[in-house]
Design a protein around this ligand. Structure first.
Ligand code: HDE
Length: 723
């Protein structure tokens, strides 16, 4: 009985937290009003004309209405984030499904069922605020938990390791990847000399380079990518016992990628591809979900891993330490205002709550001062915690005061501690067991500017990653290295990269070098260079299958949810089979869109009108996951004569997407040399059916199964299809 009362109290507190957060944001919003006023509240009689000396005379300086409007406009931009400038955010909640009481005293991780409001921001790293979403890059995955004990930020990425081991190298890395300083090109791309110059001289980047050249760097959707805390953190329980922890976010929809050619085209066709995808999914009620997983490692076990947990270029394979699922993250509300929320949100890895603490990872340690520092210049002063999106749901109190843009009206005479004047009794905060307690850790003298020898292994994890990829994933990595290095103008840099790669895998290095007009990779040449270490750690495993995206598909239903299927039509389209397939797709949560040469309607073979959603030009094949071409002689013939329609099908084939062609619609496959039901060999992910009723349901099921595979990487003749 007592327990259920407690439970009710807890739930109502959680509800209060989320409601308070929403209210806080609302209180600052301004709905459309019938009356327009200045910022001082003075009514504006005319918002179209400035004050002039005569109707054709000069404007007057005294026009405070015009001056206020233009001055505000002139200052509407704040500095963009120096990295992670381009992003998209959403509100939601985190629900604990398994108590972590054994490992941490963090309040929001105690009781299964506890819900904590969150704000999440996804981002690319290198590009400016207006750059494209689908560039090859790491994605930021930053989560702000508004807990009852204060805000906790888990500021992670979609790749579990990082380029460099020490914060000292971060500015160099960022300078190298950003547009080159003399001409400010290229935007949002690593395919240029300075990036590869730097990374080839810093072999510790090799593991991350393998990830960034893999399909992980071109996700199909924010909703379909993993997130990682990257660093090792600590969980501290009520008894003060510490365990190391790595955080994982696992998407319910599975992990999926675009094709590089497709990603580049989308960058032009819809630079907001990932933003739009997130926004639309939430707006339609398809709330994105991730499981929170933790890998927990005791201090003793950490010693026996065979590599150093404090080195952010290493990961703990799930095969060595399983990921324990402890909660779920659901994003269920789009921001009201991009600037107020997504732009002004200020994350900080140093925002921790009691029970979560840092490890001595030198990259993490460097981040701990950087994030406050950057907000000071980005958000204009020390009071950014008062912005509605950054404010906690629990009260805060301290004696900090004043500063730019202070919103809070601190009351009373006292702004110091200890004091006896505030309440008439002595107030002193001086030790005690309440609040955040840093883990008591013995530190090792002497003070030293040197890396631990345990950080010297730069290749074993890169090799592990390579060994763990499927054949198609390996091909994509090779192609990505080749593409990037083909953009590098200085041959010696290309050579250095492949010489380093020879330490990951000789075949990989050889393959990458083949089309680059350079010498055969030479592992010995790399080994002689300054800063090069090849002290291989001893990993107990050759490969970790958990690191492959292709080998770990999601459950069938999840793989189809929210997938977009294009239906190509023209006058005369046959609707019978189409309706059956559409119904089957909609049942699984996929969407279908009718695409034609023009908007409005097309006439079906039975004389009905079919509404068109998009044209071939405004919604090309790269915007879809799969393509369906229904039957109907008139429709098929018209499509065959339309270059955009033929290109639509060819491109989808090239990008290894699932295709379903019915009856006469199969003619669109002719250019590909695929037989239309003429007994030719089956092609992966190409489903060919007939107009007649028997077999329609089976056809639908085959098409659904094909889409659930995401892509059919090993499809024949893909390279022969013009891009
Ligand atoms: Fe960041 N990083 N970072 N970072 N980072 C920033 O903070 C920095 C690193 C990450 O959506 C900046 O508010 C240093 C690793 C994300 O607002 C800045 C170092 C990881 C975001 C900064 C790192 C990250 C940032 C820029 C090396 C993965 C976007 C604007 C010591 C675990 C958060 C800002 C958002 C943003 C510094 C390395 C993730 C400049 C010095 C490793 C997701 O402060």
């Amino acid at each position: 009985m007592a327990q259920s009362k407690q439970e009710a109290q807890r739930k109502s507190k959680v509800g209060e937290g989320a409601a308070a957060k929403a209210k806080q944001l609302e209180s600052f919003s301004q709905g459309p009003e019938s009356l327009l006023t200045t910022n001082q509240g003075v009514a504006i009689p005319d918002n179209h004309n400035s004050l002039r000396a005569g109707v054709r005379g000069p404007s007057l300086l005294e026009d405070f209405i015009l001056r206020e409007k233009i001055t505000h406009f002139d200052h509407e931009r704040i500095p963009e984030r120096v990295v992670h400038a381009r992003g998209a955010g959403a509100h939601g909640y985190f629900e604990l499904t398994k108590s972590l009481v054994e490992y941490t005293r963090a309040d929001f991780l105690q009781e299964a069922g506890t819900r904590t409001p969150v704000f999440v921001r996804f981002s690319t790293v290198a590009g400016s605020r207006g750059s494209s979403d689908t560039v090859r890059d790491v994605r930021g995955f930053a989560v702000k938990f508004y807990t009852r004990e204060g805000n906790y930020d888990l500021v992670g990425n979609n790749i579990p390791v990082f380029f460099v081991q020490d914060a000292m190298k971060f500015p160099d890395l960022v300078h190298a990847v950003k547009p080159e300083p003399h001409h400010e090109m290229p935007q949002a791309a690593s395919a240029h000399d300075t990036f590869w110059d730097f990374t080839s001289l810093m072999p510790e980047t090799t593991h991350m380079l393998m990830w960034i050249m893999s399909d992980r760097a071109i996700p199909r959707s924010f909703r379909m990518m993993e997130g990682f805390g990257v660093h090792t953190f600590r969980l501290i329980n009520a008894k003060g016992v510490s365990h190391f922890v790595k955080f994982h976010w696992k998407p319910r929809l599975g992990k999926h990628a675009l094709v590089w050619d497709e990603a580049q085209k989308i960058a032009g066709k819809d630079p907001d591809f990932h933003r739009r995808d997130l926004w639309e999914a939430i707006a339609k009620g398809n709330f994105p979900e991730w499981e929170l997983g933790v890998q927990i490692v005791s201090e003793e076990k950490a010693q026996a891993l065979g590599f150093d947990l404090l080195d952010a270029t290493k990961l703990i394979p799930e095969e060595m330490v399983p990921v324990l699922t402890v909660g779920k993250l659901v994003l269920n509300r789009n921001p009201e205002n991009f600037f107020a929320e997504t732009e002004q949100v200020a994350f900080h890895p140093g925002h921790v709550v009691p029970g979560i603490d840092f490890s001595n990872d030198p990259l993490l340690q460097g981040r701990l001062f950087s994030y406050t520092d950057t907000q000071l210049s980005r958000l204009g002063g020390p009071n950014f915690h008062e912005l509605p999106i950054n404010k906690g749901v629990c009260p805060f109190h301290n004696f900090q005061r004043d500063g730019m843009h202070r919103m809070l009206v601190n009351k009373g005479q006292v702004a110091y501690e200890p004091n006896s004047l505030a309440t008439g009794a002595e107030f002193r905060v001086d030790g005690g067991q309440q609040g955040f307690q840093s883990f008591t850790e013995a530190t090792e003298p002497p003070k030293i500017r040197r890396r631990s020898p345990s950080f010297d292994d730069h290749f074993s994890h890169a090799t592990l990653f390579w060994n763990s990829q499927s054949p198609a994933e390996k091909e994509h990595i090779i192609a990505a290295f080749q593409f990037e290095l083909s953009k590098v103008e200085v041959p010696a840099i290309r050579q250095r990269v492949v010489d380093n790669l020879a330490h990951v895998d000789a075949k990989l290095a050889r393959k990458v070098a083949e089309p680059l007009g350079i010498a055969v990779p030479d592992a010995k040449a790399a080994a002689g260079r300054a800063g090069f270490r090849d002290v291989r750690g001893k990993l107990p495993l050759e490969a970790a299958p958990s690191l492959s995206m292709e080998s770990n598909p999601p459950a069938n239903g999840a793989a189809l949810a929210t997938r977009k299927v294009a239906v190509l039509v023209a006058n005369g389209v046959e609707m019978g089979a189409l309706r059956v397939i559409q119904a089957a797709l909609h049942d699984m949560g996929a969407t279908t869109r009718i695409v034609a040469a023009h908007l409005g309607f097309v006439a079906t073979s039975s004389g009905q009108q079919l509404a068109v959603d998009h044209t071939f030009a405004n919604m090309p094949s790269v915007m879809f996951d799969a393509v369906l071409v229904p039957g109907g002689a008139g429709s098929a013939q018209a499509l065959m004569l339309n270059g955009d329609a033929v290109h639509f099908v060819l491109e989808a084939y090239k990008h290894c997407k699932s295709l379903c062609v019915i009856g006469e619609g199969a003619q669109l496959l002719r250019t590909l040399g695929i037989g239309a039901g003429e007994g030719g060999p089956a092609v992966a992910g190409v489903v060919i059916g007939k107009n007649d009723p028997p077999g329609r349901t089976q056809l639908a099921q085959e098409f659904l199964a094909a889409i659930a595979r995401h892509r059919h990487w090993m499809r024949p003749n893909v390279d022969a299809v013009p891009a």
